[in-house]
Design a protein around this ligand. Structure first.
Ligand SMILES: C[S@@+](CC[C@H](N)C(=O)[O-])C[C@H]1O[C@@H](n2cnc3c(N)ncnc32)[C@H](O)[C@@H]1O
Length: 219
């Protein structure tokens, strides 16, 4: 794991561009994205008028699942290849309300007060300053809008086979709760929603990696 933000960003674009074509071949990944989408649907009253931002959308598994329940999704990622796959899958699945956008919110803001829901899954641990990113999420939300972030709970560095582009070995969900509180988030809830079981090559034990979802409303 390097701590230089520019290296991390470049490593991430390469890592996810290379992984894009086969991203949905791993059943565990698909199951996790479905679970995150289901948990968001249970936590947040989605409606057909909502404008949504998904940040770090990858191939858009969460957005594609939730797209029938909202008006429009801007699906943002820094990997052009991930977004290429998202575009292909959306066409195959006849989904017309997702707009893929290559953008890095950590270096350039999006229009403020623009979205009813900002969601992000398994991306924060790739972002060196995720506190600043959460501030950007709040800025992009309309007053009263919803924020939902899911990620890996703090681990020992064994989750990824290759830690290039990994800025944090998971995230402490109580740290997220504090950041949401500091930013005036309302009705903050943090829940463990899923567990990934993995046995890495050369490892004798199968390990469990819990996943949290934190959500709140902007005041
Ligand atoms: C582990 S993947 C998760 C993808 C998707 N959310 C899912 O659950 O399948 C992390 C995603 O974050 C994206 N990413 C990494 N750094 C980013 C940044 N600074 N801005 C936007 N997206 C980023 C990667 O390109 C990748 O698609």
């Amino acid at each position: 794991m390097t701590s230089d933000p520019e290296h991390i960003q470049a490593d991430n674009v390469k890592r996810f561009d290379d992984a894009a074509a086969d991203w949905e071949e791993k059943p565990q990944r698909v199951a996790l994205a479905r679970r995150v989408a289901e948990a968001i649907q249970q936590a947040i009253p989605l409606s057909g008028t909502m404008r949504v931002l998904e940040y770090g959308c990858g191939t858009g598994m969460v957005s594609r699942t939730l797209s029938p329940h909202v008006a429009y999704i801007t699906a943002v990622d820094t990997s052009p290849q991930m977004l290429e796959v998202l575009g292909q899958k959306a066409r195959e699945e006849k989904i017309a309300n997702i707009e893929p956008l290559v953008h890095d919110l950590t270096s350039k803001p999006l229009p403020v007060n623009n979205f009813d829901l900002v969601m992000s899954s398994m991306t924060l641990h790739h972002i060196p300053d995720f506190k600043e990113l959460l501030l950007q999420f709040f800025a992009a939300l309309k007053p009263g809008g919803y924020l939902a972030v899911a990620d890996l709970i703090t681990e020992d560095g064994s989750f990824h086979e290759d830690n290039s582009g990994v800025a944090h070995y998971g995230i402490n969900p109580e740290g997220i709760r504090s950041i949401l509180t500091e930013n005036g988030g309302l009705d903050i809830t943090v829940q463990e929603i899923h567990t990934i079981e993995k046995q890495q090559e050369g490892d004798t034990t199968r390990r469990s990696y819990p996943i949290f979802l934190a959500w709140c409303r902007k005041a």
